[in-house]
Ligand binder design. Structure first.
Ligand code: NDP
Length: 289
């Protein structure tokens, strides 16, 4: 029997999409392996001897990470490095998902994978620690930095907007942070394609960017969601300064994804198409009116 694909995570947005796209993979939910125990991550890889590993689990509570930075560091910084060590020993590739929050968000130019990093919050620092350790591990790897993830599953901006629109006819939404909303399903598809290509060609190892197109503000994303869902909500743009959060967010999250398309043949997905699909699915399931 062929060696399995091993996925850390099962219930998160990206992992959930992987369960339907790669039903034969072995999935490790938190109950099987807790990422706060990096040695357990290493042991799981040794036990399953996979052909490739995808890490779709992470500490993703960006604001809470400000007060739990030690835990975030273990889960996002140390556990992926332990995975990379085990993958290197076995000679199998690791696909790891990272974030636009490794950048400081200055300027208006899309960030390239080789641009200098300068995270502004504890979550970003923890994810950067993971990136650096993986790159130094000797493993064949792809670090896929993404942004503004959404799906029909779990908690995300799309679902929050749909929920708020049930009871509110006016909302104020930040309009000076710009980025690419990214469908979790497209990330899952990209991870699978990248994992298979890394099995064939370790020379493709490196850091890559992957976000949905076109780049927009949160306010524009919200307006499009309401338009697609047929909701009448009066959306007013506000500056980040008027919506304070414990963790500082980058203003410019635009990402240059050209090398991802050039190397792996994976283009930026159009988030408007995915929004349409997800709204239709939620309606069919009776989760929204
Ligand atoms: P979710 O928040 O939807 O899911 C995170 C997953 O990680 C959950 O399944 C959770 O399990 C699991 N997890 C958290 N802590 C642990 C732990 N200690 N041990 C084992 N599992 C744990 O994440 P997404 O799917 O949205 O994110 C996927 C990747 O994309 C992550 O690497 C994230 O950093 C990155 N990313 C996400 C963005 C976003 O907007 N969401 C933006 C940019 C990057 P449980 O269900 O048990 O809690």
């Amino acid at each position: 029997m062929a060696a399995p694909l091993l996925v850390f995570g099962k219930t998160g947005q990206v992992a959930h999409e992987l369960t339907s796209l790669a039903p034969d993979a072995v999935f490790l939910p938190r109950s099987a392996v807790d990422l706060s125990d990096p040695e357990a991550c290493e042991a799981a890889i040794r036990q399953h001897t996979p052909r490739a590993v995808i890490n779709a689990a992470a500490y993703t509570a960006v604001d809470k990470a400000e007060e739990e930075d030690a835990l975030a560091h273990v889960i996002n910084g140390e556990a992926p490095v332990a995975m990379a060590r085990a993958a290197a020993a076995l000679g199998c590739p690791l696909v790891h998902i990272s974030t636009d929050y490794v950048f400081d968000g200055q300027g208006e130019t899309p960030w390239s994978p080789i641009d200098p990093v300068n995270p502004q919050n504890a979550y970003g620092r923890s994810k950067l620690a993971g990136e650096k350790g993986i790159a130094a591990s000797g493993a064949t790897y792809a670090i896929l930095r993404t942004s503004w993830v959404f799906s029909g599953h779990g908690n995300n901006f799309l679902k929050t907007m749909l929920r708020l629109s049930e009871t509110r006819d006016a909302l104020s939404i930040v309009d000076d942070q710009i980025g690419g909303p990214t469908p979790a399903r497209a990330i899952a598809q990209a991870c699978l394609a990248i994992a298979e290509q890394l099995c064939e060609d370790s020379g493709k190892s490196g850091i890559y960017h992957f976000s949905g197109a076109p780049d927009v503000s949160w306010k524009d994303f919200a307006s499009e969601i309401f338009s697609i869902a047929g909701r009448t909500v009066d959306v007013t743009g506000i500056p980040t300064a008027d919506y304070p959060t414990p963790a500082t967010r980058p203003m410019n999250s635009r990402m240059d994804c050209s090398t991802t398309e050039a190397v792996f043949g994976v283009p930026r997905p159009d988030w408007r198409d995915a929004t349409q699909t997800i709204v239709g699915q939620l309606r069919q399931k009776g989760e929204i009116s």
